[in-house]
Design a protein around this ligand. Structure first.
Ligand SMILES: NC(=O)c1ccc[n+]([C@@H]2O[C@H](COP(=O)([O-])OP(=O)(O)OC[C@H]3O[C@@H](n4cnc5c(N)ncnc54)[C@H](OP(=O)(O)O)[C@@H]3O)[C@@H](O)[C@H]2O)c1
Length: 412
C-alpha cells in the first residue's frame, strides 16, 4: 500500500513516525507492506538533515501518481488542501485528513466524491484530535437516537479559561502562556473566537443527526470578552466557566451553539481542564456517554490519523452519506437557569427595572462591585424570554450565560 503524505508539521511528522513504528505490525497482522512514497512540503530545505530526506518533495504531482493508494493530507487551511483532496478522490485514492476547516466547508461534496469513486474519506482527527469520536458516532451509535451533544472541543480556549480560573490570570496573560507552551497559535483568532469549535460541531452534528449543517449558521461566541469578573462570579457561584459546543435535538429543529457557559462542578465536563477535550453524548438507549482526552498534539492526533489508515486496511465499507435538511435553532430550547451581569450608571434605576421585568420569575439579585455591577441568577426560563427581556435594558450593558447543571441533570 503506497502512501503520499502531505505536510510534515506537528501531525504529519507524528504520523510518519507512527506508521514507520507500526510497519512490521501491519505486515504481520494484515500482510500488507506500507510504503510512504513521498512527503509533500512547501520548503524542502527544512528537512535536509532527516534520514528520509529523499522522500521530501515540493512537486504536488506526486499525490496523483498511479501507484499511490492513500493520500494523507495534513496541511491546514482550505487552499490548496481542497484541490489536492478533490483531485486525489477523483483519481480513486483513499484520503485521510485532520483538516476540520476543509471537512466542515466541503462535507457533502467530498463525501459524495469519495462514494462515487468507491474510495473512503476519513477524518477522525478533525474533531477531538486524539479522541476516537467520529467513528464511534458513525458506527457504534448509529440508530441510537442521540438526543444531545455537550462538548468542550477546543483545547486552546479550554486551556486559557482553565488558566484564568486556576491562577487568576487575565485573558491576555493566559493567552500568552498558551502561546508559549504551543497550545495557541500566534494568530489564535479561529480558536478564541469559537470558529474552530463551530466547524467541529458542524461535523459532529452532521454525522450524529444526519442533517446538513453549515458551520457558518451556528451561533458562535468565543472567549475574547471573558474578563476577570466573569471568573470571580463563577467562583462565587461555585461554578466553572467553559466554552461549550452544544448540539441538541428539539421539536422544531436542532439547537446549535458555541458559547461560554457557567457549569456546576458536579458535572463531569467541568473537570475537563487545560488542553483536554470532552464530549458528552446523551442517547435514549445508552444513557450518558462521556469521552475525554487530548484534543490536539503530535502523537494524539497522529494516532487518530493512524486509526483511519487501519480502517482503510480493514476495507471498512464505504457508505453514502445522505443528509436531510433541518432548522437550526438559535436559542437554547429548554427552560434553564441563567446568569446575567448588568453594568449600570444608575444602580437604583436598574435594580427597579430588574424587579419589574423579571417579576413573574424566580431570581436572585446580587452584587460584587457595589454601585457598578448588578447580577441576576434567574431560574427556569427559556433563552427567548431572556433575550426579549434584555431588550428593555437600553441604558445598561449586560452579558448573560447559560448555566449547565450537574451530572444528575445535565439537560437542566
Ligand atoms: N496540531 C494539532 O494538534 C492538530 C490537531 C487536530 C487537527 N489538526 C489539523 O491537522 C492539520 C495539520 O496541522 P499541523 O499542526 O500539523 O500543521 P503544521 O505544523 O503547521 O504543518 C503543516 C505542514 O503542511 C505543509 N504545508 C503547508 N502548506 C503547504 C502547501 N501549500 N504545500 C505543501 N505543503 C504545505 C507545511 O510545509 P513546510 O514544513 O514546508 O512549511 C508543514 O509541513 C491542520 O488542518 C490542523 O487543523 C492539527
Amino acid at each position: 500500500m503506497n502512501i503520499a503524505l502531505l505536510g510534515y508539521g506537528t501531525v504529519g511528522s507524528g504520523t510518519y513516525e507512527l506508521i514507520m513504528k507500526n510497519k512490521e505490525m501491519i505486515k504481520d497482522k494484515y500482510n500488507i507492506d506500507i510504503n510512504i512514497k513521498s512527503i509533500l512540503v512547501r520548503n524542502k530545505q527544512k528537512y535536509e538533515n532527516l534520514e528520509h530526506y529523499n522522500l521530501f518533495t515540493t512537486d504536488s504531482n506526486v499525490i496523483f501518481d498511479n501507484d499511490i493508494d492513500v493520500v494523507i493530507s495534513l496541511i491546514g487551511g482550505l487552499n490548496p488542501s481542497y484541490d489536492y483532496v478533490k483531485k486525489a478522490l477523483k483519481n480513486k485514492k483513499h484520503v485521510i485528513t485532520a483538516n476540520k476547516d476543509l471537512i466542515a466547508e466541503y462535507f457533502i461534496e467530498l463525501n459524495n466524491l469519495a462514494y462515487e469513486n468507491n474510495v473512503s474519506l476519513n477524518y477522525e482527527a478533525s474533531v477531538g484530535g486524539g479522541i476516537p469520536i467520529l467513528r464511534p458516532l458513525n458506527s457504534m451509535l448509529v440508530g441510537n437516537n442521540v438526543d444531545s451533544i455537550y462538548s468542550i472541543i477546543n483545547g486552546t480556549t479550554n486551556f486559557i479559561l482553565s488558566q484564568m480560573y486556576e491562577n487568576n490570570l487575565s485573558y491576555d496573560e493566559a493567552l500568552k502562556i498558551a502561546q508559549d507552551l504551543g497550545f495557541a497559535e500566534s494568530n489564535p483568532s479561529s480558536d478564541v473566537e469559537g470558529l474552530d469549535a463551530s466547524r467541529k460541531l458542524a461535523i459532529l452534528t452532521m454525522l450524529t443527526f444526519n442533517k446538513y449543517i453549515s458551520w457558518k449558521d451556528i451561533k458562535t461566541t468565543g472567549i475574547t470578552n471573558i474578563d476577570a469578573l466573569d471568573i470571580k462570579y463563577a467562583k462565587k457561584l461555585d461554578k466553572k466557566i467553559k466554552l461549550f459546543a452544544i448540539s441538541k435535538k428539539s421539536e422544531n429543529g436542532i439547537y446549535l451553539g458555541v458559547r461560554p457557559v457557567y457549569i456546576e462542578k458536579s458535572n463531569q465536563l467541568s473537570k475537563i481542564d487545560n488542553e483536554y477535550n470532552g464530549i458528552h453524548i446523551k442517547s435514549a438507549l445508552t444513557g450518558d456517554i462521556l469521552i475525554y482526552g487530548k484534543g490536539a498534539g503530535k502523537f494524539p492526533t497522529a494516532s487518530s490519523v493512524f486509526s483511519d489508515l487501519i480502517s482503510i486496511i480493514n476495507k471498512s465499507p464505504i457508505n453514502k452519506i445522505n443528509l436531510g435538511e433541518t432548522t437550526i435553532l438559535e436559542n437554547y430550547p429548554d427552560s434553564v437557569n441563567w446568569f446575567i451581569r448588568f453594568n449600570s450608571n444608575n444602580f437604583s434605576k436598574t435594580t427597579e427595572k430588574i424587579f419589574k421585568v423579571f417579576n413573574s420569575y424566580k431570581f436572585d439579585l446580587n452584587t460584587i462591585e457595589f454601585n457598578k455591577e448588578i447580577t441576576v441568577k434567574i431560574y427556569n426560563v427559556k433563552e427567548e424570554f431572556i433575550k426579549k427581556s434584555l431588550k428593555k435594558f437600553e441604558d445598561e450593558s449586560y452579558k448573560y450565560y447559560l448555566i449547565i447543571k450537574g451530572d444528575s441533570d445535565v439537560e437542566n
